[in-house]
Design a protein around this ligand. Structure first.
Ligand SMILES: C[S@@+](CC[C@H](N)C(=O)[O-])C[C@H]1O[C@@H](n2cnc3c(N)ncnc32)[C@H](O)[C@@H]1O
Length: 222
């Protein structure tokens, strides 16, 4: 699928179809047992990614790429960072703005749009948790190269790893009825990403988190 088509599916999904579900999942509101496993897994992954960063980020400018409702943005500001929080979904950006304490807002530049936009500027770190999981290897590699060129330190992100379960889910997603416009996760291997970024960035495995239906792999491009 072409990049623009994937982006448009992602936008419709997070901005309309699933925005309420996503709002709930990323809050403390009660959720089903299955979603609770996802919530727990995501919290573990968030902590893993945050564990890559220095505790004191007061000099750092960070892109929260595909920030959703702003869970990571909040943690980054708590450590003193200046954050550009961008997401293609206007609804989720509005939720982030309402949720994040007002006295943090002076450290945040909220932005509705594509995380690839070069006008967002230069960064010390980019962090993209679960936002690049819908893109093909070619698109993912192109996105990472673009982000790395504008980042002095690390680009930290997650992918859906190529486990048997996720490959089955991916095939099932591909077989979904034609009218189903939900974005489908594309599992990736670290080796292929590393090959595609050869000579541009070193790729480091940050390890996997597996919790119920949440299976994700942290990666850093240095
Ligand atoms: C699974 S959610 C994760 C949100 C957030 N990073 C978190 O972990 O809570 C994926 C988010 O990435 C955003 N996204 C995906 N591709 C994007 C792109 N190219 N530009 C901006 N946002 C994007 C979606 O709109 C969605 O809010």
């Amino acid at each position: 699928m072409l990049y623009d088509q994937t982006l448009s599916r992602v936008e419709t999904y997070f901005d309309k179809t699933a925005s309420k579900t996503w709002e709930q999942l990323t809050s403390d509101a009660p959720v089903s047992k299955i979603r609770q496993t996802v919530r727990i897994g995501r919290e573990r992954m968030r902590n893993k990614l945050l564990g890559q960063l220095p505790n004191d980020l007061s000099e750092a400018r960070i892109l929260d790429a595909g920030c959703g409702t702003g869970q990571l943005t909040t943690e980054l500001v708590k450590r003193g960072a200046s954050v550009v929080a961008t997401d293609i979904s206007n609804s989720l950006i509005q939720i982030a703005k309402n949720r994040i304490p007002k006295d943090y807002h002076r450290k945040i530049n909220f932005h509705v749009g594509d995380l690839c936009n070069k006008d967002l500027g230069q960064f010390d770190y980019v962090i993209a948790m679960d936002s690049l999981i819908y893109y093909s290897l070619n698109d993912l590699s192109r996105i990472l190269i673009g982000l790395k060129q504008r980042t002095t330190k690390e680009v930290i992100f997650t992918v859906a790893p190529r486990t048997k379960l996720l490959l089955v889910m991916w095939y099932l997603g591909k077989l979904a009825p034609k009218g189903d416009k939900s974005p489908v996760m594309v599992p990736h291997s670290l080796g292929k990403i590393s090959e595609n970024l050869f000579g541009i960035a070193k790729v480091k495995d940050l390890g996997r988190v597996s919790s119920g239906f949440y299976i994700s792999q942290g990666i850093s491009c240095i």
